[in-house]
Design a protein around this ligand. Structure first.
Ligand SMILES: Cc1cc2nc3c(=O)[nH]c(=O)nc-3n(C[C@H](O)[C@H](O)[C@H](O)COP(=O)(O)OP(=O)(O)OC[C@H]3O[C@@H](n4cnc5c(N)ncnc54)[C@H](O)[C@@H]3O)c2cc1C
Length: 380
């Protein structure tokens, strides 16, 4: 099943070769044609149950799709969130909300791939976020700012987490936050402003400003004040899927470097004959394969409905480190050509670096493992 899925995704990706991604990267443009093709083929609806028009696949299956995109030289970050953000709606939305949105998301008529958590002043300290949603009759009035909201310009809907009870009126840090589904088609120009942020890679990320934006109370997902728990519920799937993307990147770097090291002849022999070149490639391969094992373990636990917080976090950390190590190795193997845009190494190098910082930085994963797995004092 996975081999077949891989083959089909690879075939689709063949229509979007290196030159496609390179050109968009230089113009910092969204890979619209690629995302449309993926949507049309049904891949982005992988995790939506069949009753809502999706394919009802597992997280393990979905991870194969994203891994393969990156392994073929593409960048699944352009659309991965369309796969998993809807999970909050699926798990915690009302029957009416699910019926209203999920079939359209599955069909590709609606994009839900903007996720508003991070804020400029509070950063990784998510429970302290400042954006407020104050209930007034049948509406919430939202004020505040989000940063790093990726794909906001390419999404119809946004999953927003905002404070509905002031921080000094809640018993626990995690209380008082709520999740709202914002229809951005109506909101833009009526209290919602999006400003793109140019970054070191082509990522379509933005900052978003809320100025008395009105959101119907009917768009509250689940219960008011419990949004942080809903958010946490979705994060394990995100970690596993991103780990798989990093594995895809890592394998791409190892394959490219191996090929180049076999072909490039200096001092009368292939550079790959030198242990100084060969061993770093072998080491990168070992690290990627080891990370992949943790990715499969986390995915198996997730799909069996078992707790997998530790494994999902470890998979993401190991895979992000492995892909970054492989990226460095590839630049070293290519020498000067590693810096030339036409070889794509420098592009993928920039793209894969993100995963040691986002969606959750490596330090915060280590802090989680320290506290929740090892029983060390909370450090943050
Ligand atoms: C390209 C891009 C796309 C993104 N997309 C989205 C998105 O779509 N939606 C969204 O909500 N967010 C998004 N993010 C935000 C991302 O999740 C955050 O950048 C990330 O979680 C880190 O938060 P921060 O940038 O505020 O760093 P900070 O919290 O300011 O941390 C800075 C550094 O300090 C470290 N640090 C902080 N506190 C501690 C501590 N107690 N112990 C040890 N180290 C610590 C961190 O690990 C990090 O290395 C995106 C970010 C980027 C760059």
């Amino acid at each position: 099943m996975h081999a077949q899925l891989r083959g089909a995704v690879r075939e689709l990706c063949a229509g979007f070769p290196d030159a496609y991604w390179r050109d968009l990267d230089s113009r910092r443009e969204y890979p619209d044609a690629f995302v449309k093709a993926l949507t049309k083929a049904g891949y982005l609806a992988a995790l939506i149950p069949e009753e809502y028009g999706g394919s009802g696949l597992t997280v393990a299956d979905a991870s194969v799709i994203l891994e393969e995109i990156n392994r073929q030289g593409g960048n699944a970050a352009a659309c991965h969130a369309q796969m998993y953000i809807m999970g909050t709606l699926l798990r915690h939305g009302s029957a009416d909300q699910k019926r209203a949105y999920l079939p359209k998301i599955a069909a590709g008529e609606l994009r839900l791939q903007a996720f508003g958590v991070s804020e400029p002043t509070t950063g990784s300290d998510t429970t302290q976020l400042q954006t407020t949603a104050i209930r007034t009759g049948d509406r919430y009035v939202v004020n505040g700012q989000k940063i790093w909201m990726s794909r906001a310009e390419h999404s119809d809907l946004m999953l927003l987490i905002a404070r509905t009870t002031p921080a000094d009126q809640v018993k626990k840090r995690t209380e008082g936050l709520s999740v709202l589904l914002v229809d951005m088609r109506q909101a833009i120009g009526h209290g919602l402003t999006i400003r793109p942020i140019r970054t070191m890679m082509n990522h379509s990320t933005t900052e978003v400003f809320f100025n008395d934006l009105e959101v119907p109370v009917a768009n509250l997902i689940g219960e008011e004040g419990k949004g942080f728990r809903y958010l946490i519920d979705g994060l394990n799937a995100e970690r596993i899927l991103i780990a798989a993307e990093c594995v895809g990147d890592g394998r791409w770097f190892v394959e490219r470097a191996t090929k180049y090291a076999n072909e490039r002849v200096v001092f009368g022999r292939p550079i790959g004959q030198n242990q100084g070149i060969q061993f770093p490639i072998a080491r990168a391969h070992v690290a990627v394969e080891a990370a992949d094992l943790m990715r499969w373990r986390a995915a198996a636990l997730f799909d069996a409905g078992k707790p997998c917080g530790a494994e999902a976090n470890m998979a993401k950390l190991l895979a992000a480190d492995a892909s970054w190590e492989a990226a460095n190795m590839a630049v070293q193997t290519y020498g000067g050509f590693g810096f030339a845009e036409e070889y794509d190494i420098e592009r993928k190098f920039r793209e894969t670096k993100l995963y040691q910082v986002a969606p959750l930085s490596t330090n915060l994963i280590l802090a989680y493992i320290g506290e929740h797995v090892l029983g060390l004092p909370r450090s943050y």
